[in-house]
Design a binder for this molecule. Structure first.
Ligand code: SF4
Ligand code: SF4
Length: 430
């Protein structure tokens, strides 16, 4: 009975904490500016099914994609087992769904195979990251917490899957000893190999089985709450993020509504001039971004596929599109904490541009869209970079001299080159 009570309290506390933190992230995303991503629902569903559910873009690199698929599918499906664990925990039963007979055996059999695949996948990922030191998983922006975060997640999954298999092994051995509480149920293709390393006495086996059961369930509750403060949030956000993908061609830039309104008035003086406080041109801080940019930031898995395809990064420039997304997430989280503390956002003297992202980074971008193309969850770092540049140019008139020269040429000659319009056809005379 005490066990059931403790379990109930833990279940409610972990769900409550998860809900509170998830609500804060939802609030932070809604701090972004409006953008319509609710049109063309059938195209959006198709994109989500292909990219998030089918992991289409992951398969550009088949081996890590396959390992990731094991971890993703395995982890999701094994958590069906949570239904039984929660029911057993609340009602003090044991393997409550075993009344399903052969189908139950099939389920436990599949869960064990998947648990083994998840375990193998995580061990390989851990080795790639820490022993083989893959370049994109060991770049500067991952130093300190992001690296620890990634390792913690892998270690947690390895421990959770090991506890699951060890629990089943102890259970199977207790079943074979004829313990009345541990009735015959389930099929154990992997954990049966572990039975040999377990003790033979029923009391020790019960201890191991109970320890692993509690470890597994407390681990899952902890993992649920860790999700919301880690890059693993992509498990949940990949679905809405791909649904709300920008569907226009990648190379098409959006007009800025404030600029469009002003130009229309200049071209047609009969139109009423725009009223109210002029809005900021471009992006200085995270609050100038759209909610979709902020959703992108919270969805980023820090995989670095964008950075490894970025020509600026490859040629040694400071820019890393992964860092752009990580900085955006850090800044909007900081703004969220500021709001929690003060009731509304109070100027803290910081901004996304300059405090987090330098001018050198934004001007290193070639706007090639390779990062957007590569991202397995359809994140768009370029939109943020362009917004920051728009602010630098339109609000501060600050751009690198090479670009200022081009602006002068456009203004004076109607073309980016340094020739008068009248001389444009001169080359035909040569
Ligand atoms: S668009 Fe910019 S950030 Fe993205 S890959 Fe190209 S150069 Fe890098
Ligand atoms: S933006 Fe996309 S590709 Fe880049 S690190 Fe994040 S998830 Fe990976």
């Amino acid at each position: 009975m005490i066990g059931q009570l403790i379990f109930g309290v833990l279940l409610i506390a972990s769900l409550l904490l998860f809900f509170i933190n998830a609500k804060k992230i939802y609030r932070n995303i809604k701090l972004g500016k409006a953008v319509n991503r609710f049109d063309r629902p059938s195209e959006r569903i198709k994109t989500m099914l292909l990219v998030a559910f089918g992991q289409k873009k992951m398969f550009k690199r088949p081996i890590p994609a396959l390992l990731h698929l094991f971890v993703y599918v395995g982890f999701c499906i094994i958590n069906i087992e949570m239904l039984e664990i929660v029911t057993d925990g609340l009602f003090g039963t044991h393997r409550v769904f075993s009344f399903m007979g052969g189908f139950y055996d099939f389920l436990i059999y599949s869960f064990e195979i998947l648990a083994f695949l998840v375990l193998t996948g995580c061990v390989i990922f851990f080795i790639r990251r820490n022993v083989l030191k893959l370049k994109r998983l060991n770049q500067a922006e991952l130093n300190n917490w992001p690296k620890t975060d990634a390792n913690l997640i892998l270690i947690a999954e390895i421990l959770l899957m090991s506890a699951f298999l060890l629990m089943n092994a102890a259970d199977a051995k207790l079943q074979s000893l004829g313990d009345p509480h541990y009735h015959i149920a389930g099929a154990f293709p992997i954990s049966s190999y572990l039975m040999g390393i377990l003790p033979d006495t029923a009391s020790s086996l019960v201890l191991i089985e109970r320890f692993c059961w509690w470890f597994h369930i407390i681990g899952v509750f902890a993992f649920l709450n860790y999700l919301v403060v880690s890059k693993h949030l992509h498990i949940l956000l990949a679905f809405p993020n791909t649904y709300f993908t920008r569907l226009e061609p990648k190379g098409k830039f959006d007009n800025m509504p404030a600029v469009t309104a002003e130009v229309k008035v200049m071209l047609d003086p009969s139109l009423p001039p725009p009223t109210g406080e002029p809005s900021r041109f471009g992006v200085k801080d995270a609050l100038d971004l759209t909610w979709k940019n902020l959703l992108d930031a919270y969805t980023c898995t820090e995989c670095g596929r964008c950075t490894s395809a970025c020509p600026a990064n490859i040629t040694g420039k400071l820019l890393s599109p992964r860092k752009i997304m990580m900085d955006t997430r850090d800044r909007i989280s900081e703004i969220g904490k500021n709001i929690d503390k003060n009731g509304s956002f109070q100027d803290d003297g910081k901004s996304l541009l300059d405090t987090y992202i330098t001018r050198e980074e934004i001007w290193a971008c070639t706007s090639c869209n390779a990062c957007v193309e590569q991202c397995p969850v359809n994140i768009n770092p370029l939109e943020i970079i362009i917004g920051l540049r728009q602010y630098a140019v339109m609000e501060e008139s600050q751009a690198p001299s090479s670009i200022n020269n081009m602006f002068s040429n456009l203004e004076n000659n109607g073309a980016p080159w340094k020739y008068a319009q009248a001389d444009r056809a001169n080359w035909t005379q040569q």
